[in-house]
Design a protein around this ligand. Structure first.
Ligand code: ADP
Length: 494
C-alpha cells in the first residue's frame, strides 16, 4: 500500500483561504479555514494583501494536516484552486509585492475596459482570441493600471525584476519558487490565446505588458514544481492547478461534452463542458478553457446569475418575512407561487438578457397573494434564471445537455432543484460532497501524481446524494415559463 495516499487541496477564495485533505477514496480527512481582510480604498475598489493570502493559506495547510493527524510526508501531492483574475505583481528577488493585489471585483479599470469595448474591431479581436469580453474583471487592465500608477514598476519590469501572477501563480511561487500558472488561470487574463494556447503578442502589445513578467503556462494536470523543504520539512510536488469554477466542474466529474455544473451561492456560476471545441456564444456567455492534460485541451462555456441565494438574504434582511434561507425552503415546499413571479434584477440582468439597467420586480400580485407565494416565487427565481442561462448555452452549443450537477449553499433546497429539473427536462444531481472546488483541485493533483489512474476512476468516487428527475407536465411547464418571461419583460429598461 502506498504510504503517500493523501492529497492536500489549497482552496484560495475571495474572502477566505481553506485547505482540505482528501484520501484515496475522495473523503475529506481534515479541513482548516481562515478569513483575511478585504481592503476597500475607495468605493468600487477591492484589494487584498498578497502576504495575507499566502500567510492564511500556509497556516490553514498546516492546521488541516494537524486536524487530520497526517504528516506532510504522507501527502502525495498538492492541488491549488483559487479566486480567478485577481492580479499580483512582485519583486523577483525579494518576493515583495509592488502593491496590494487588485481583486477580480475591483472596478478601478472599468473606464479603460469600456473604451476597448467601444471599439468594435478591438473588441472582436479580443473575443476571438481569448473567448472573453473586454471587462475590468479580467487581469490585463489591472496589470496595466499597476504599470501606469505605481512608480518605477515598469522600469523594473523592463529590467526583468518583476513577476506577474494570478493567485495560483503567486502561491506556487511561494511554495516552490517556480513562476508558472495553469491554462485555466491564464485564460482569464485577456492575454492568453485559447486556440493557440499561448500568451498572445498582439494582446501584450495592446495592453503594453512586457512578456518578461508573465509566468510559464502549463497544463492544469501535471508537475508544476516541488515545495521548498523548509515549508513542510519535506518536498511535496504540486501537480494540479485550476481556477475555482474550473476545479468545481472537474470535482463534479463533468468530463463529457454536455455535462454542466451550477454553483448556487450568493450568485450562481454555471459552466458546461463543450469538449475539445471552443464554442463562441451568441448570447453573451464566455468561452473558457475547462482544463488541460498533456496536449488534450477541454473547453467550456461559462455564465453567471448575479442574484441567486442573495434573493433570500434580501427577504430575510430587508423584507424580514423569513428568518433564514432554510425556513424559506420549508415554507415553499408545500406552496405554489399562486401566479406570482419575482425577478431579482437588483443589479441588472446578465445572459441572455444583458440589461444592466433592468431592476427587480414582483408580478401577479392579487388580494389573495400570501407571504408563502412570494417566498416560493423568490426561490423559483433562482431556478428560472439558471434555466435561462442553460437554455442559452444549449442554443450556443447545439448539443442537448445530459445532466446538471449542483453545489453551493442554495443547492440544499429541494424546491429549487426539483423545479430546475422540471424546467430543463433533465436530471439534476446533488453530490454527497459539496466541497467540489477543493475536491476538483485534489482530483487534478491526484491524477497528476498517479494516485488515480484516469477520469473513470474519479467518476466512480463522486457520489450522488440525491437526484431530481422531471415530474412536471408540459402544460404547467410552458405556463410557468410564460409567466416568468412576462415578468422579465417588466424589468427590462431597454
Ligand atoms: P457563497 O459561496 O456565494 O458565499 P454559499 O455557497 O455559502 O455562497 O451559499 C450561500 C447562499 O445559499 C445564501 O445566499 C443563502 O441564501 C443560500 N442558502 C443557504 N441555505 C439554503 C437553503 N436551505 N435553501 C435555499 N437557499 C439556501
Amino acid at each position: 500500500m502506498n504510504e503517500k495516499r493523501y492529497i492536500l487541496a489549497l482552496d484560495q477564495g475571495t474572502t477566505s483561504s481553506r485547505s482540505i485533505i482528501f484520501d484515496h477514496d475522495g473523503s475529506m480527512k481534515g479541513i482548516a479555514q481562515m478569513e483575511f481582510p478585504q481592503i476597500y480604498p475607495t468605493p468600487g475598489w477591492v484589494e487584498h494583501d498578497p502576504k495575507e493570502i499566502w500567510r492564511t493559506q500556509f497556516e490553514t495547510a498546516k492546521q488541516a494536516l494537524e486536524n487530520a493527524e497526517i504528516a506532510p510526508s504522507q501527502i502525495a501531492a498538492i492541488g491549488i484552486t483559487n479566486q480567478r483574475e485577481t492580479t499580483i505583481l512582485w519583486d523577483k528577488n525579494t518576493g515583495e509585492p509592488v502593491c496590494n493585489a487588485i481583486v477580480w471585483q475591483c472596478r478601478r479599470t472599468a473606464d479603460a475596459a469600456a473604451k476597448l469595448a467601444e471599439d468594435p474591431q478591438i473588441s472582436r479581436m479580443i473575443t476571438e482570441k481569448t473567448g472573453l469580453k473586454p471587462d475590468a474583471y479580467f487581469s490585463a487592465t489591472k496589470i496595466q493600471w499597476i504599470f501606469d500608477n505605481i512608480p518605477g514598476v515598469r522600469q523594473r519590469a523592463e529590467k526583468g525584476e518583476i513577476l506577474f501572477g494570478t493567485v495560483d501563480c503567486y502561491l506556487l511561487w511561494q511554495l516552490t519558487g517556480v513562476h508558472a500558472t495553469d491554462v485555466t488561470n491564464a485564460s482569464r487574463t485577456l492575454l492568453f490565446n485559447i486556440h493557440r494556447m499561448d500568451w498572445d503578442e498582439e494582446l501584450l502589445k495592446l495592453f503594453d505588458i512586457p512578456r518578461s513578467v508573465l509566468p510559464e503556462v502549463k497544463p492544469s494536470i501535471g508537475h508544476f514544481g516541488n515545495t521548498k523543504v523548509e515549508l513542510f520539512g519535506c518536498t511535496i510536488p504540486v501537480t494540479g492547478i485550476a481556477g475555482d469554477q474550473h476545479a468545481a466542474l472537474f470535482g463534479q466529474a463533468c468530463f463529457s461534452a454536455g455535462d454542466a455544473k451550477n454553483t448556487y451561492g450568493t450568485g450562481c456560476f454555471l459552466m458546461m463542458n463543450t469538449g475539445d471545441r471552443p464554442v463562441t456564444s451568441k448570447n453573451g456567455l464566455v468561452t473558457t478553457v475547462a482544463w488541460s492534460r498533456g496536449d488534450k485541451v477541454t473547453y467550456a462555456l461559462e455564465g453567471s446569475v448575479f442574484i441567486g441565494g442573495a434573493v433570500l438574504q434580501w427577504l430575510r434582511d430587508e423584507l424580514k418575512i423569513i428568518t433564514s434561507a432554510p425556513e424559506a425552503d420549508i415554507i415553499a415546499a408545500t406552496e405554489t407561487n399562486g401566479g406570482v413571479y419575482f425577478v431579482p434584477a437588483f443589479t441588472g440582468l446578465g445572459a441572455p438578457y444583458w440589461d444592466m439597467y433592468a431592476r427587480g420586480t414582483i408580478t401577479g400580485l392579487t388580494r389573495g397573494t400570501t407571504r408563502a407565494n412570494i417566498i416560493r416565487a423568490a426561490l423559483e427565481s433562482i431556478a428560472f434564471q439558471t434555466n435561462d442561462l442553460l437554455t442559452a448555452m444549449q442554443e450556443d452549443t447545439g448539443t442537448p445537455f445530459s445532466i446538471l450537477k449542483v453545489d453551493g449553499g442554495a443547492s440544499r433546497s429541494d424546491v429549487i432543484l426539483q423545479l430546475q429539473s422540471d424546467l430543463l427536462g433533465i436530471t439534476v444531481d446533488r453530490p454527497v460532497n459539496t466541497e467540489t472546488t477543493a475536491q476538483g483541485a485534489a482530483f487534478m493533483a491526484g491524477l497528476g501524481v498517479g494516485l488515480w489512474k484516469d477520469e473513470s476512476e474519479i467518476s466512480a468516487i463522486r457520489r450522488s446524494a440525491k437526484t431530481f428527475t422531471p415530474a412536471m407536465n408540459e402544460m404547467s411547464r410552458s405556463e410557468m415559463i410564460r409567466g416568468w418571461k412576462h415578468a422579465v419583460g417588466q424589468t427590462l429598461y431597454r
